[in-house]
Design a protein around this ligand. Structure first.
Ligand code: 5AD
Ligand code: SF4
Length: 347
């Protein structure tokens, strides 16, 4: 316990050391980690109060040109019907999101270049018709494409780095390049997007040291949002036999991200809720301040399965469900575009 107090004191004086973060991530019991949870909750409350931002997500295409070993919609998974939601149907879904007073839409897809043909028009259309913030989560593109989509009206972009362990990155991404992915994040920052990134927790072969490096990478990048989640195996992938039941490591990471990066937006993600029925509630209690109700039309929902047993694929998934989750964590959803509140917090 004394060691934890010592580390917390250093952190409060803005001294972050790798060995301390490693010590924290290696803690085995919630009781010993409690002072970190308490600090992250306090920081979150100072910035965002008890408020939670909702982002309505539409998974509009499950085509993907890539073959990431962990992902259920990887190119080589033939055991899956592919879809692209027609333009008009996406707009119809926007009506539902607006009616629920959700003020951000996240347009998510596999890395599907075909979508670039309609995305500019779609973004402009959404911006014209609705007073809503647009987040894109569509993968890697050249600078010029990011630039065009920003000009069309996109506000934010999510691109997880997935892991900063270069060896591990290479092992899991047969057709991706770490440096290129990182470059994309810096392009997005340059272009004025609010940038979200994040990592997977509990990947096969991932070490705790590499999670420490992930945290220091995030500190250096200074993104506006950090979305993380546990790795969960998918039956139709090469990693199908790697188990992961550990929500605690993900919660420790949420807490440390809040403590180190302070005012960033941190979502309680669907993967957290999949690995543990109270995963999202727990995350909201230790530093997360965002939740993403799934508005993908029912017909397509079960085809965007990135991992086994993904939740939120039932018919009546909406902001109402996330309101209950927030309430359980002692918080409430507010109708707000949910931009990052840039506040300097000195612990
Ligand atoms: N388990 C957990 N998260 C996954 N993702 C992809 N596959 C899995 C999996 N098996 C995450 C990746 C990606 C995001 C859209 O989904 O981190 O960036
Ligand atoms: Fe495609 Fe993204 Fe899945 Fe990789 S993680 S296969 S890029 S959808």
């Amino acid at each position: 316990m004394k060691k934890v107090e010592e580390i917390i004191n250093k952190i409060k004086n803005n001294i972050f050391e790798k060995e301390d973060v490693l010590y924290a991530l290696n803690i085995k019991t919630e009781k010993e980690f409690a002072p970190f949870f308490q600090l992250s909750e306090e920081i979150c409350e100072k910035i965002y109060g008890k408020n939670v931002y909702a982002r309505g997500i539409i998974e509009f295409s499950n085509y993907c040109r890539k073959n990431c070993f962990y992902c259920g919609i990887r190119r080589e998974n033939k055991n899956l019907e592919r879809y692209r939601i027609p333009y008009e149907e996406i707009l119809k879904t926007m009506e539902i999101i607006k009616k629920d007073r959700v003020q951000t839409v996240v347009l998510q897809s596999g890395e599907d270049l075909k979508c670039d043909e309609f995305l500019p028009a779609l973004i402009k259309d959404i911006k014209e018709k609705y007073d809503i913030a647009i987040t894109l989560s569509i993968g890697e593109r050249p600078y010029e494409v990011y630039k065009e989509l920003k000009k069309d009206g996109a506000d934010r972009f999510l691109l997880r780095i997935e892991t900063t362990d270069k060896e591990l990155f290479k092992k899991l991404h047969p057709d991706d390049d770490f440096e290129n992915r990182k470059q994309c994040l810096y392009y997005l920052k340059d272009l004025g997007y609010e940038v979200g990134t994040g990592v997977l927790i509990g990947l096969p072969w991932q070490t705790t040291e590499s999670l420490v490096n992930d945290l220091f990478f995030l500190k250096e990048l200074q993104p506006d949002m950090v979305g993380i989640g546990p790795f969960i195996p998918h039956n139709d992938t090469p990693l199908k036999d790697f188990k992961n039941n550990d929500i605690f490591m993900t919660l420790k990471m949420v807490s440390l991200i809040r403590i180190i990066l302070k005012d960033v937006n941190i979502p309680a993600t669907t993967a957290m809720g999949t690995i543990d029925p109270y995963g999202r509630q727990k995350a909201l209690k230790v530093g997360a301040n965002v939740i993403m109700p799934n508005y993908t039309p029912y017909l397509y929902k079960d085809k965007f399965k990135l991992y086994n047993n993904k939740i939120c694929i039932n018919e009546n998934c909406s902001v109402k469900c996330t309101e209950i989750i927030a309430k359980y964590a002692g918080k409430k959803i507010i109708s707000d575009k949910g931009f990052r509140k840039k506040i300097f917090i000195n612990n």
